[in-house]
Write a protein that binds this ligand. Sequence first.
Ligand code: PEP
Length: 249
Amino acid sequence: MRKHIVAGNWKMNNDLAQSELLITNLLRQNKTSDAEVMIAPTFTNLKQAFESLKDNTIEVIAQNMHFAENGAYTGEISAAMLKSVGVKTVILGHSERRAYFNETDATLAKKVDAALANDMRIIFCFGEELQDRKSDNHEAVVEGQIKNALFHLEADAFKDIVLAYEPVWAIGTGETASPEQAQDMHAFIRKTLADKYGSAVADSVSILYGGSVKPANAKEIFGKPDVDGGLIGGAALNAEDFFAIVNAF
Ligand code: PEP
């Protein structure tokens, strides 16, 4: 059976004290589901988050990294640096990185290679924009994003890759893909994987949905057969809401 995963992307929110407070509140929540739970604080809060969660199963993950091991890349952080504070999983390709920091499929392919070379697990994000969906081009866009950044990999690499389908029009907008739209796209993604790597690989990869998931809609979205979890933005900043989503499995 595929892993269920619910990951909270805190984005550029929470200073150290706010991060500690949110973690304290997360530790008060009761987990009733089988989902793996992850949180992605900002870089400056990672070390503290590991310390606060050392006796807990919530995994602390990173929001991004550079593809180089070190060097003249002012303001960037490497896989080795993340690993040195305990990070084992990194989010790559979030639509905000693509839109505001010009991350292309080619850059992301390099980041994917660097993460895997450092034995890190990847949550790889992709998704179409509103005009792509309106012009019925959403499947072609998503297929291109996946192929360009991941299809140079051997099948074995997919044991360390989680996919996150995040339609850009649904991120932070309050607009959610309907459970049927999510299922249709997740099934398409799995077929795209199966066509290249075979169904055993395709059936083993967890595919998360992201885009305005909330306690009110999580159960219906997670109830779809090809939806294996969620990448949560806004609702991950509130411990009760986040755990209501986690417990929707
Ligand atoms: C995200 O940024 O990954 C996300 C899904 O955000 P939100 O839940 O706020 O739409």
